[in-house]
Design a binder for this molecule. Structure first.
Ligand code: 649
Length: 596
């Protein structure tokens, strides 16, 4: 397998064309439809190119030669063909999940409202719902063409015309923004190729590379991190659906064992799930000795989780040196930093907790491979490695916009060719987020992406310590506080201001949702209804978002801190919660019994 000359291709569609010409019979993608090895579906580059071409031709026949096309198929090989076909037809792909269930449908419709697609490519089982979808769209959104591919959709049409009309932008990625306020990240073909190139450089070349992924194909890590990377690099990717993984995490490691996988990826929670749920009996059927690179990113990487995973799977050949903590975000296409290839263990630092809360990374002592013991007053932070080739990370004081020296925490800013063009239809937000310049920089100096994440650099490595933005990340899902707060408001008419934020759970190595809500009533009324209020809030949040709030504080007016313009000050409310200074209802005085 020869690595591609990177400069020779202007898009991934051209990369596919190249592969289909040079190595048509080589395996490109393998999908495990039931999550096990029983009925794998294999596509070679030749087959993939033929199917993508067929999709492009069918779109062309329907007059879809430009504009946005939402791709909302189930995970599988058709998703890959759909994606490349849309781009080949001259359209911009908008990857999305299928509109299944209340939450997903609400988000799906808000994506449609935001990007005004000319067409939606989704599973035929949603055909009966089209009228219902249309009724829920904003009246100004034009009704898209609905395409429900049947198998012949992936066969070249009789006309034989296969377009090759790749145009900009390549793709709109929705991953940030709440349901009520989605933000579409506009990615160019160069962004997608740049992300592949920097990851290729970071990972190095391997003759026998085989990837495995259960990540959703509509999320940046699944799409840009696995599908596009595999196509670009010319190595096969074994895919299973996220549902099959979550139902039984053993399937991931079994697929790695069975298909001689050398590279894989997952968020922190996936490593925990495996370490906790895989039985001793299952363990005996695993062989992880071929695995050389396992990326872990998308949420804070826990040193403890990594150790638990290493310990559990070392007996079946897992090499701890293969773990690669990494950091990235869809606004930078995907990859920003990762453990250097040469390093054989994860780097963690023990830092003084109080100093870190004030923004200074003061080492208490260094940990090479870590023994898991953390002193009180100390936090352990895992390094997310070195910054992507040709990219720059600046740590900036978010208030003064002054660049900070090594070891000081501030907002992570990124510059480089993987950084997206901006948010669809949002010039002001785009200028603010993508066009940042540090204080006193010349007007024509380079601009940076403000990531909204907090971290510091130390000896050339990036450590991510928190989020400036209020996003709550739980089990690999990004939850928007506004959406959760909205559910709480619905739960009870006497609850008004709400603040939702994340705090580390006492019980698990994860964050949990914490809610602070104001109750519009007297202390006595509160005491009488407290139990019901808690039940209703918990039920509403669990039902709407699939997460159970870890802690709920209901207090009198004033317990949720607000700005003068009426915005919830989540971070300040969170701090007051931690400091124990939140307003509370007086504890009811125990009824005094009168002795007569
Ligand atoms: C992050 C994506 C990180 C994300 C992944 C490189 C087969 C197997 C392997 C393979 C290829 C084929 O979460 C991706 C880089 C993968 C190479 C795979 O190779 N994007 S997002 O836009 O949805 O969210 C971004 C936010 O997530 C948080 C930050 O708040 C960020 O703004 N985040 C992290 N927080 C703490 N620590 C980290 N390491 C974080 N990474 C992302």
């Amino acid at each position: 397998m020869s690595p591609l000359p990177p400069s020779a291709h202007t898009s991934l569609v051209h990369v596919l064309e190249h592969r289909a010409t040079q190595t048509p019979d080589r395996l490109a993608f393998r999908f495990l439809p039931d999550g096990t090895g029983d009925h794998p579906i294999d596509w070679t580059y030749g087959e993939l190119a033929e199917r993508a071409g067929a999709v492009a031709a069918h779109l062309g026949e329907r007059g879809l030669t430009q504009g946005h096309v939402v791709l909302a198929l189930d995970p599988g090989l058709d998703y890959v063909a759909g994606l490349l076909g849309i781009m080949q037809a001259g359209c911009t792909a908008v990857p999305c999940f299928p509109p299944f269930g209340r939450r997903a449908t609400a988000r799906f419709l808000s994506v449609l409202d935001d990007c005004n697609p000319r067409a939606v490519l989704t599973d035929p089982r949603f055909a009966p719902q089209v009228d219902h979808f249309h009724q829920q769209l904003t009246p100004t959104t034009e009704h898209p063409q609905w395409i429900f591919p049947e198998p012949d959709f992936y066969q070249p049409p009789d006309s034989g015309e296969v377009p090759m009309r790749v145009v900009e932008p390549a793709l709109i990625q929705y991953s940030s923004g709440s349901t009520g306020d989605p933000k579409g990240i506009v990615l160019t073909h160069e962004n997608l190729l740049s992300n592949c190139r920097v990851l290729d450089t970071h990972m190095g070349y391997e003759e026998d590379r085989v990837g495995c992924s259960w990540l959703p194909p509509y999320h940046d890590m699944g799409l840009m991190g696995t599908i596009m990377l595999a196509l670009h690099g010319g190595w096969p990717l074994v895919m299973l659906s996220p549902i099959h993984f979550v139902q039984d995490p053993y399937r991931w490691l079994k697929a790695i064992t069975d298909h001689k996988v050398t590279i894989s990826v997952g968020p922190n929670f996936a490593f925990d799930l495996c370490a906790q749920n895989i039985t001793d009996e299952e363990l005996t059927t695993l062989d992880l000795s071929r695995l050389r690179q396992v990326f872990c990113g998308s949420e804070p990487v826990s040193g403890n989780t990594m150790e638990r995973f290493e310990e559990r799977f070392a007996p079946v050949g897992f090499d701890p040196g293969s773990l690669i903590p990494c950091y990235g975000l869809a606004e930078a296409t995907l990859f920003v930093s990762g453990k250097p290839e040469a390093a054989d263990t994860i780097r963690t630092e023990q830092l003084d907790k109080t100093a870190l809360e004030q923004g200074h990374a003061h080492r208490t002592h260094t940990h090479g491979d870590g023994d898991g013991a953390v002193d009180a007053g100390t936090v352990r932070v895992v390094s997310c490695g070195i910054v992507a080739d040709g990219h720059e990370v600046l740590i900036v004081d978010p208030h003064t916009l002054t660049p900070l020296p090594d070891g000081e925490t501030g907002e992570i800013w990124v510059n480089g060719t993987s950084v997206a063009a901006g948010y669809l239809g949002r010039p002001e937000l785009t200028a603010h987020t993508f066009g940042a310049r540090p204080a006193h920089a010349a007007d024509d100096s380079r601009t940076y992406l403000r990531t909204g994440d907090l971290g510091f650099l130390l000896d050339g490595e990036l450590f991510v310590t928190g989020r400036l933005k209020d996003l709550i990340v739980i089990s690999g899902r990004n939850l928007h506080p506004q959406d959760i707060e909205h559910s709480v408001l619905r739960a009870h008419q006497d609850l008004r201001r709400i603040a939702a934020f994340a705090l580390p759970s006492d019980k698990r190595d994860e964050e949990e949702v914490v809610l602070v809500a104001e109750f519009r009533g007297t202390a006595k009324e509160f005491a009488a209804q407290q139990k019901e209020l808690l039940e209703r809030v918990t039920a509403a949040v669990t039902e709407d978002h699939g997460v159970r709030p870890g802690r709920v504080h209901i207090g009198p007016p004033g317990c949720v801190l607000m700005t003068t313009s009426g915005k919830v000050r989540r971070r300040d409310t969170r701090k007051a919660y931690l400091d124990g200074t939140l307003k509370t209802f007086p504890t009811p005085t125990p009824a005094t019994s009168t002795n007569t």
